[in-house]
Design a protein around this ligand. Structure first.
Ligand code: MSP
Length: 514
């Protein structure tokens, strides 16, 4: 690995603090955490950033409604996202809040750079604005609801805004953006989203209003405090302010920029795939390697919303079914990039079939058999037959495929691949039948169990990036040292005669509890 490919920088979007955390937020975070874990496991130096988006009209309105000043309000609600990260036991390296000094400094700096480079001018904005999306919409995107109110394509309410505003010369970046997309076809994933963005930019870009004057909660424009910097320009900067971009000597900046991947929901792709690269180009800053847009979760077939009352709290699901179980469902049920539907029934079904029946059962059968029949010791390897070698070879092969999938962010494919070897191993144990060998050929029984332990070890080394709690428990039961669980340990041979700890079921079958 050369130095650049040894470092890996991944980000979640920063969450608006006006909302309570739900499974949609948890999803983005879990996806990023898994990718971060996997890259760390491969031996890379990983920077994984998450945080909260605390400025703007939407947050100011929510604070007003709650009757507290915005700073106190954001201090309070930012905690709920901080706590969600804790509850999910993610391995983020930083948590940024846009109300922090380090962030404000970077936003001002970026603004000045854009201004210096002739990309900002003062004008007047008149048009439609959605406070919910913190976004401007052009006439051709607007619809009307049944009462004749103007609404955005996603149904959010629009208000007419007419005020002095600074503009970013987005229109002059259209051709450069199109050329950039053409030269960097991997910049936006999945491909369907890439096509969507290219066709949006092809239609023509208008200059972008990047300041507001009708509220106060945000970062003032340098030298003109009547204007507050547009919350998206403010928010997007978090990805570089966390690396201390204002200090070009800072190691984090030199090491981790450009980011390898920004993971975002499909609803905020335009900001990341059009505005953000345009701002960066205009400021002379390198563009990230990829923006990956994931799909949206509905709940029991319906859009999740406070008004429908079907917002699912991650805390509730984790307490009821377990953290690994929740993570596994999110990662496996829906192909990364596509929409999905959340239901407790589907979660229970998925967990029972994959975690309890397949993986958990494999570990439990093998380990408890050894515990009872081989004095809880890793058996002798003996001489491998063809079927043994085939299984070990398949494991090795699958590991390579998984690495390849994960390097291409194909999380679901990686899990599918891992389950192929788990199921193969369950077939192998049925066919080799160590319980029968116990009566006829102890040496062969030991070899079969040894092979199975080796595969369970390697499956768990990979699985711990996705479902760390259960996979690590299985590795504990196999007496694998905590600091011998990296990719580099994949080829470590198990040592016959090592004492195993008492096996315990790791993924119990779930029942729907009302
Ligand atoms: N603050 C902006 C992001 C700024 S990034 C510079 C924002 N925040 S958000 O809290 O509204 O959304 C954060 C993420 O949660 C987005 O990626 C969004 O797509 C995701 N989700 C919100 N609801 C979701 C679902 N129902 N399903 C899946 N993800 C969803 O946008």
């Amino acid at each position: 690995m050369n130095n650049k490919s040894k470092n890996f920088y991944i980000t979640t979007p920063i969450y608006y603090v006006n909302d309570v955390p739900h499974i949609g937020h948890a999803y983005t975070t879990v996806i990023c955490d898994t990718i971060a874990n996997f890259n760390r496991w491969l031996g890379k130096d990983v920077n994984f950033l998450t945080g909260t988006d605390e400025h703007g009209q939407k947050v100011e309105k929510s604070a007003l409604k709650a009757g507290i000043d915005p700073q106190r309000f954001t201090d309070e609600v930012s905690k709920s996202f901080f706590n969600l990260a804790k509850k999910l036991e993610i391995n983020n390296t930083d948590f940024i809040r846009t109300t922090e000094k380090r962030h404000k400094k970077s936003v001002i700096e970026l603004w000045k750079k854009l201004e210096e480079n002739g990309n900002i001018y003062l004008g007047k904005y008149s048009g439609w604005y959605s406070v919910r999306d913190e976004a401007f919409y052009s006439e051709d995107e607007i619809n009307e609801d049944k009462d004749g109110n103007k609404i955005a394509p996603n149904g959010s309410e629009l208000e007419w805004v007419e005020e002095p505003s600074y503009f970013f010369k987005l229109s002059s970046w259209q051709d450069k953006l199109l050329k950039f997309y053409k030269d960097n076809q991997e910049f936006i994933s999945p491909k369907s989203r890439y096509n969507e963005v290219v066709s949006f930019v092809n239609k023509g870009l208008e200059d972008l209003s990047i300041s507001r004057t009708t509220f106060k909660w945000g970062i003032p424009v340098p030298d003109n405090n009547d204007h507050i910097i547009y919350v998206w320009l403010d928010a997007l900067t978090n990805y570089i302010s966390a690396l201390n971009y204002t200090n070009s000597k800072d190691n984090n900046w030199k090491t981790f920029w450009p980011a390898n991947i920004h993971v975002v929901g499909k609803d905020i792709l335009r900001f990341h795939a059009v505005y953000w690269p345009a701002f960066l180009m205009a400021a002379g800053i390198e563009i990230p390697l990829k923006v990956y847009a994931h799909g949206w979760w509905t709940v029991d077939g319906k859009k999740m919303s406070k008004s429908t009352g079907n917002v699912v709290s991650p805390d509730y699901i984790i307490d009821k079914y377990g953290l690994d179980q929740f993570k596994y469902f999110l990662l496996r049920e829906v192909r990364f990039g596509q929409d999905g539907d959340f239901s407790e029934n589907a979660l229970v079904k998925r967990v029972n079939s994959d975690l309890a029946n397949d993986y958990g059962n494999l570990a439990q059968r093998v380990l408890s058999f050894i515990y009872k029949n081989n004095e809880a010791l890793i058996p002798n390897k003996g001489t491998l037959d063809k079927v043994d070698k085939d299984l070990l070879y398949a494991m090795d092969n699958i590991k390579d495929k998984i690495i390849n999938h994960m390097n291409n962010y194909k999380i679901t494919d990686a899990l599918e691949e891992l389950w192929l070897i788990i199921r193969k191993s369950n077939t192998y144990i049925d066919e080799q039948a160590p319980w029968a060998l116990k009566k006829t050929d102890l040496e062969r029984m030991n070899t079969v169990l040894y092979v199975l332990c080796s595969v369970i070890k390697n499956v768990s080394l990979i699985a711990k990036n996705f479902i760390p709690i259960g996979a690590n428990k299985i590795l504990d039961q196999l007496s694998i040292n905590k600091n011998k669980r990296e990719y580099a340990n994949f080829y470590d041979e198990l040592i016959s005669g090592t004492k195993l700890s008492k096996p315990e079921g790791v993924f119990p079958r779930l029942e729907i509890k009302e």
